[in-house]
Write a protein that binds this ligand. Sequence first.
Ligand code: ZN
Length: 240
Amino acid sequence: MNASRRSSLRLLSGLPALALFATPAGTAAAAETIGEQDVLIVVDMQNCFVPGGTLPVKEGDQIVPLINRIARRFQNVVITQDWHTPGHTSFASSHPGHKPFELIDVPYGKQVLWPDHCVQGTPDAALHHDLDIPHAQLIIRKGFHAQTDSYSAFVEADKKTYTGLGGYLKQRQIRRCFVCGLATDFCVAWTALDGRAAGFQVAVIEDACRAIDLNGSLAAAWDAMGRKGVRRVQSAALLG
Ligand SMILES: [Zn+2]
């Protein structure tokens, strides 16, 4: 450790715990400074993914107030919306003989089958009514191709069909993406990983997400994100 690193750690030790956050290595670092080259990506905070919806994530609704607070720290906010055709290929009901949460082979690889959810134009697909981010500049819809799912806000599950979000962010000179929402181990993780692949610095705000955790998917997602350099941060580092 060099002298400047030691001295910065000494400085940090005088800060309140809330101003610190854990990096993947478990070391402390300074609170985040958010600027014009940062964007908050709010993933899939829709009725379908909260209790009472068609594909509820446990406690999914509980993060809405926190996300509203975090969003006020960002001048740039993008919201994503899962937006499926009726009879979408990701629905178990589209594959006779199969049940929700089974894994099947489709032309682009493995696909988890889900209950019908987030069908275009339905109340189920609407953004959660308590989500209060009037300054969000872009709502990007994904999963609208009938034969291709898209957990990621950047690239569809075929890994070759782009949503356009990467180009949008680059044209707006964005360099860092902070990701929150639902669900940690699917749409949040895939968005974070594809954000890294697109050349952005990426952090996932852990306590502003909730997970599905299907067959160890949550641990696998954090492991994959850690290996690709996605930082794992807590909201306190942003709200300070
Ligand atoms: Zn979906």
